[in-house]
Write a protein that binds this ligand. Structure first.
Ligand SMILES: Nc1ncnc2c1ncn2[C@@H]1O[C@H](COP(=O)(O)OP(=O)(O)O)[C@@H](O)[C@H]1O
Ligand SMILES: O=P(O)(O)OC[C@H]1O[C@](O)(COP(=O)(O)O)[C@@H](O)[C@@H]1O
Length: 333
């Protein structure tokens, strides 16, 4: 093995740069050339790349985003796209490709393997933490802290005005950020996609929870963490509907892409460094078709298909304490 390549694809996540750095440093340690494809799979189709020197990854471990840029790429999904990508990888004599991204990007990895015989290794990079087979994804811990910092600030003003706030967090199909942010912020209510797979949250039940909370504690702040996509029209629409029913002010705060940015926290940097280095070792050992993840502090190799065939479950105990033990209405005796 002489030359490996890396790209970042799909939603960017804090810690992707730390992973690129780890791959470059590990690659050079083993005497390999490291190529960085830019703009996700678009870079493979357009042959847009740069040779990554050690100097390119100096001082990037602390930076959010990705120095290689990220993108979504429809043409890559076609047969012609797969063939073009394979031809370009061959032309550059790449032996292994490391893809940092989410489950969409791992579908892309499997697609590419139909046309290219080089080694393909994945690293889980998404704030959503919705990848089966790894306890955490690169970027998840930072996104929780970013959401939390904002929610804590909202709590200050909510307390001062004794107001209700609905805080919309990211996670299209997964409530990992929502649940963690709710537990960490002491939120009174949380609405997660896993709890509403075939129905909408019951508006009347939400109203009663707010009203009972106010009977128990008097007028005071109330924070509801709402995952995106839970309610048609989002948290802003839900806030309007609750305000109409309760005749109490309900303010929405949409955290949005703020959650994707910022300097990665230490846990994300450690995860990215560990998995990035291991990915290079796995490629050198002739492994392919796997994501490198971590379970119980041990690096694990997970076949790509397993990362999406089973939906990763929320921590049931965390859910239990948030929804039952710490619920101020259920816990009012
Ligand atoms: N079924 C698929 N076949 C081939 N490529 C795919 C497939 N699904 C996704 N991809 C590629 O992966 C890219 C990123 O996927 P996306 O779902 O947007 O992000 P993420 O990797 O963060 O889940 C897509 O733009 C596309 O190029
Ligand atoms: O970049 P976009 O298209 O606005 O996507 C937003 C989505 O990306 C995410 O931030 C991350 O999702 P992926 O990593 O699966 O792409 C989601 O939480 C959010 O719904």
């Amino acid at each position: 093995m002489k030359r490996i390549a890396v790209l970042t694809s799909g939603g960017d996540a804090p810690g992707m740069n730390a992973a690129i750095r780890a791959i470059v440093l590990a690659g050079h340690y083993f005497g390999l050339d490291v190529i960085g494809y830019r703009h996700g799979f678009n870079g493979l189709l357009e042959q847009e790349y740069q040779v990554l020197q050690t100097s390119d990854v100096n001082n990037i471990i602390q930076r959010g985003g990705t120095i290689l840029k990220s993108a979504r790429c429809k043409p890559f999904k076609t047969e012609e796209g797969g063939q073009q990508a394979a031809a370009n990888l061959q032309a550059l004599e790449i032996d292994a490709l490391i893809i940092i991204g989410g489950d969409g990007s791992f579908h892309g990895a499997v697609h590419l393997s139909q046309f290219w015989s080089g080694a393909i290794i994945g690293l889980p990079g998404t704030i959503d933490n919705d990848i089966n087979g790894t306890d955490a994804t690169i970027g998840y811990y930072t996104a929780i802290d970013t959401a939390l910092e904002s929610i804590d600030k909202v709590r200050d003003t909510a307390d001062a005005f004794e107001r209700i706030f609905l805080i919309e967090v990211m996670g299209r199909h997964a409530g990992f950020i929502g649940l963690s942010a709710a537990v960490c912020s002491g939120a009174e209510q949380v609405l997660l996609p896993e709890l509403y797979t075939d129905r909408l949250p019951d508006l009347q039940a939400l109203v009663e929870h707010i009203q009972t909370a106010q009977k128990i504690r008097g007028k005071c702040s109330y924070i509801m963490v709402v995952s995106e996509n839970i309610w048609p029209g989002g948290a802003a629409d839900l806030a309007n509907q609750l305000a109409e029913k309760t005749a109490i002010d309900c303010r929405p705060v949409i955290l949005g892409h703020v959650q994707r940015g910022g300097s990665p926290v230490s846990l994300d940097r450690i995860l990215a460094s560990k998995l990035g280095a291991y990915a290079v070792e796995a490629a050198r050992a002739g492994k392919t078709g796997i994501m490198i993840g971590e379970r119980n502090q041990k690096v694990v190799e997970v076949p790509f298909e397993q990362t999406w065939l089973k939906t990763k479950a929320l921590d049931p105990y965390l859910l239990h304490i948030q929804q039952e033990m710490f619920d101020l209405v259920k816990n009012s005796q």
